[in-house]
Design a protein around this ligand. Structure first.
Ligand SMILES: Cc1cc2nc3c(=O)[nH]c(=O)nc-3n(C[C@H](O)[C@H](O)[C@H](O)COP(=O)(O)OP(=O)(O)OC[C@H]3O[C@@H](n4cnc5c(N)ncnc54)[C@H](O)[C@@H]3O)c2cc1C
Length: 420
């Protein structure tokens, strides 16, 4: 979508083929079946958030005229079992000292944890541009080198990074952990602010939004069956054009005729719970020490969306078992759950949520040119410099669009640089 938006605005004629009836891929929403006396409710497959440092994603939203549908929050709430809340927000000091006050006040960490974290953050700043092995070691290796306390690892580093990169610290290349902390928490005072779409995800990419972009024709329910140098086959017919972009998830490439990279997947589980009463007034919170990592308040404290990233431990559990774990966890953080009645629940297990951002993966991520002439690659798994995120996906689309503009003799710049 980002490649189509960029090329459309630059005067190219673009045709986009999407196999599903709606746009958005892994960042989308759809109606969940309701009982006969209820209206179907549109829900996101899973809560998607962004940070202000996602400059290309925000630029894409700007192109579609929907940037105002993203609501930004300045507070992060860390809750301990028992309900004690530590609020993380920036203070008056300039970056990178803007979290000093909040950090000192965080009740969920002890003095030794804070000293260890401060030491590691200083090292991260220093080593970010100097160390050559950050793609070879895991983030956990690096944290252990920096003598982080178990509580600092579990309640701070793990809590932030597992959701941001969708991988466990022991399986995550240190470079991704560095990037999240550098761009999101140290580079600029507002870059950590968390953006949450105020509408269901699919509404962001509505037909109305695309009217702003030049000549982009969108064909939904149109799976591409084969990709070759002479064109894409759709519905048994060859569709030819001057240039092509393949923006499929990496596991789909082989079936359509392109080589696939040797990546593995990391799962995410989204749990949607509807209660008969308000459970919390917090807009969102990260829950410490338990299975559930994040809670998002989707509607008046009654509809909560819970997220577990890198959720391999839940893979073999039934949906009922997962709901039971979720309710058990919530009781510890939000006492009102004990009296509340669960009205409805919905569990989405995305086994192929993202590629695993493991050590030694970065050099295997391809650039836009493919093995076929005039066919370019995009997707969050290509070489974007980012883990699998919406920002990464948009960057890949902009890079593929730049490659096409260059090949067509109309060079253009779409990709915005990361914050310095
Ligand atoms: C549960 C979950 C939670 C996430 N949370 C976040 C988050 O909070 N923040 C964040 O930044 N990122 C998050 N992500 C990651 C983010 O969703 C992805 O990185 C991003 O959407 C990937 O975009 P993409 O365009 O590369 O791939 P996709 O979104 O997978 O798009 C590929 C498209 O290709 C279509 N397609 C497949 N086969 C064909 C075919 N043969 N012909 C035509 N079309 C085809 C698919 O239907 C799909 O629309 C999350 C992902 C998941 C699964």
């Amino acid at each position: 979508m980002s490649a189509a938006a960029a090329l459309g605005s630059a005067g190219f004629e673009v045709e986009l083929f999407e196999s599903r009836p709606f746009l958005g891929g892994r960042a989308t929403s759809y109606p969940v079946p309701a009982s006969p006396d209820e209206e179907a409710e549109t829900i996101d497959n899973c809560q998607h958030i962004l940070l202000r440092c996602c400059v290309n994603l925000l630029d894409f939203y700007e192109r579609l005229g929907i940037r105002d549908r993203i609501r930004f929050y300045r507070e992060f709430y860390f809750i301990e079992p028992g309900g004690r809340i530590s609020v993380f927000r920036r203070g008056r000091l300039p970056a990178p000292l803007h979290f000093t006050g909040a950090f000192l006040r965080m009740a969920c960490l002890g003095r030794a944890d804070k000293i260890a974290i401060a030491r590691a953050l200083l090292a991260l700043r220093r080593e970010r541009t100097r160390r050559q092995d950050l793609d070879r070691i895991s983030m956990l290796d690096w944290l252990l080198q920096k003598r982080q306390t178990p509580r600092a690892i579990d309640r701070f580093w793990r809590q932030v990074l597992v959701s941001a990169v969708n991988e466990d610290l022991e399986h995550m290349a240190a470079r991704h952990g560095f990037q999240v902390f550098w761009l999101g928490f140290l580079s600029r005072a507002d870059s950590y602010e968390m953006g949450v779409p105020s509408v269901p995800l699919a509404e962001l990419y509505s037909a109305e939004a695309w009217k702003r972009i030049g000549a982009v024709r969108i064909q939904t329910r149109c799976p591409v069956e084969r990709i070759a140098a002479e064109g894409f086959t759709v519905g048994g017919q060859l569709r030819s054009a001057d240039y092509y972009i393949c923006a499929l998830p990496f596991e789909r490439l082989e079936a359509l005729g392109l080589p696939a990279p040797p990546f593995t997947h990391s799962p995410i589980t989204g749990i949607h719970l509807w209660f008969d009463r308000e459970i919390t007034t917090l807009p969102h919170a990260t829950l410490l020490d338990r299975t559930i990592q994040w809670m998002f308040n989707k509607n008046a404290g009654r509809y909560l969306q819970l997220v577990v990233s890198a959720s391999r431990d839940l893979t073999n559990l039934s949906r009922n078992e997962i709901v039971e774990i979720a309710i058990g966890d919530l009781r510890l953080f939000f006492p009102r759950v004990r009296e509340a009645r669960l009205v409805k629940s919905h569990v989405v297990k995305e086994q192929r949520a993202t590629f695993s951002a493991a050590p030694e993966t970065e050099s295997l991520r391809p650039e836009p040119p493919s093995v076929l002439p005039n066919v370019f690659l995009a997707g969050d798994w290509t070489h974007t410099g980012w883990p699998a995120t919406m920002e990464g996906a948009v960057r890949s689309g902009y890079r593929a669009a730049e490659a096409i503009a260059h090949a067509a003799g109309k060079p253009a710049h779409f990709l915005l640089p990361d914050l310095p």
